[in-house]
Write a protein that binds this ligand. Structure first.
Ligand code: 4AD
Ligand code: MG
Length: 430
């Protein structure tokens, strides 16, 4: 007899094993007790027969409520009716802690209640599947860049620089100095890319998003690659190749979790190269044809994104946005200074922007002018402009929001379910 994990139960067919975990659900039926057990690696049905175990044990398990911690010993049997393909025929066991009144029952609960109980809600099958897919996404992201010669160079979280505008900054006092929580690690990646050629950072970023939408968190994880000697086309190629890799990795290794979420797998299988590409101006023309016009000097709203992406079964790359609505560091289009060399990757099925990035302004004088135009303090960017003083080269990169990606892959409605403990305008607990 040995300890086993549900995830690798197939290796133990025909053997007697002991599992350690929690009662997810249990249903008595006469002299039988059907126990849905979970151990953190998966879920299995265990069947306890009254005559096969000690009488006291049977009663203790019958009394033990949802989420009681338990040990169960039994024979691993093939069971073609269950998703897992196996069940446990119990011969012995132990109730480690008998739980009572677990607040999240199999009945329906509202989202506020579930989020108040996030620390317990994570034990549900749905949240288990989402966290597994988040993990696989992180694995794919790291593999992708590590296998392609990128060096991980973490950007700081405390910074004096506003990267993505001044309206969503979280300010904090830093020993008598004004500091912010980072909105993006990009500016620092521009420095590391000049030192190491191809780098990426992957960490938490913060934005004081004042509106509650299904796509915005105030704390989210972003992966940001940056490359020296790259132009906008290179960045679009990278964003496309990277997205295909990550989606296909999750499909290959996380099929069972996607199935737990009833994800339509055909919507992910078709995520292959090439992705359609159109300039912002082309997108505006298309939107006008579709009957949802957009002011060509303004930004898209989410109805525009939804309408545009509905036309395709794979992500859409929109490039060359109005300079006026984009960040100070974006390079102007040499053919039209009113357009900036930025790109957004818009996911299908209404998920919208998952990646934003582009080519950076590499001209010193233009960059200094842009910092002024955006009313940003030159002092805070002195180190950043140095990068254009000493060996400036064309370069660029992008940022992908992990939660937006996971939300799309899982096919769920709201990004707040894709991070273990979400932070939004109205939530700081648990
Ligand atoms: O488009 P954004 O603002 O781009 C940047 O921050 C660049 N500096 C990145 C770069 O080029 N290195 O943000 C990038 C991505 C978005 O496409 C989205 O996926 C995600 O970050 N994102 C958010 N995700 C969740 N909640 C929010 N409030 C988000 N804001 C941006
Ligand atoms: Mg963006």
């Amino acid at each position: 007899m040995s300890h086993a994990q549900i995830a690798s139960i197939a290796q133990h067919e025909g053997q007697t094993v002991t599992l350690r975990g929690w009662i997810h659900n249990s249903t008595p039926r006469g002299k039988l007790l059907f126990i849905q057990m979970r151990d953190g690696s998966g879920f299995i049905q265990a069947v306890m027969r009254k005559q096969a175990v000690d009488e006291e044990l049977f009663e203790a398990f019958k009394r033990a409520g949802q989420e009681s911690s338990v040990e169960l010993t039994g024979l691993v049997k093939a069971d073609t009716r269950s998703k897992l393909g196996f069940e446990l025929s119990v011969t012995d066991g132990k109730v480690l802690q008998s739980a009572e009144g677990f607040p999240i029952t199999p009945k329906e609960h509202g989202p506020a209640f579930l989020h108040d109980n996030r620390h317990l809600w994570l034990r549900s099958k749905r949240q288990f599947a989402i966290m597994k897919i988040r993990h696989l996404s992180v694995q794919a992201i790291r593999n992708y860049f590590d296998e392609r010669g990128f060096t991980l160079c973490d950007s700081p979280v405390f910074t004096p620089n506003a990267c993505e505008g001044t309206t969503t900054l979280f300010a904090t006092e830093y020993f008598g100095q004004q500091a912010y929580l980072t909105q993006s690690g990009q500016l620092y990646q521009e420095a590391t890319a000049m030192a190491l050629g191809k780098t990426y950072c992957f960490g938490p970023t913060f934005r004081a998003e004042k509106s509650a939408t299904r796509r915005h968190l105030t704390e989210f994880w972003m992966v940001e690659p940056e490359l020296a000697f790259a132009d906008l086309d290179d960045i679009m190629d990278l964003a496309e190749d990277f997205t295909v890799y990550c989606v296909q990795h999750v499909l290959k290794h996380g099929r069972e979790y996607l199935e737990m979420l009833d994800r339509d797998l055909s919507k992910l299988e078709c995520i292959q190269k090439p992705f359609p590409r159109m300039s912002y101006d082309e997108a505006c023309a298309r939107l006008a044809e579709l009957g949802v016009p957009v002011d060509p000097e303004d930004d898209f709203g989410s109805p525009h994104e939804t309408e545009l992406t509905k036309q395709f079964d794979r992500p859409l790359l929109v490039h060359r946005f109005p300079t006026a609505i984009k960040a100070f560091y974006m390079k102007e289009d040499p053919d039209n200074p009113l357009r900036a060399m930025g790109v957004d990757l818009l996911a299908p099925e209404g998920y919208g922007e998952v990646i934003g990035g582009g080519q950076r302004e590499d001209d010193l004088d233009l960059l200094i002018r842009k910092i002024d135009e955006h009313e940003l303090p030159q002092e805070a960017f002195a180190w950043f402009t140095d990068l254009r003083r000493y060996g400036s080269v064309p370069h660029g990169g992008f940022g992908m929001g992990l939660e937006r990606f996971v939300c799309w892959v899982c096919g769920i409605r709201h990004v707040r379910e894709t991070i273990p403990f979400p932070r939004t305008i109205d939530r700081l607990t648990p």
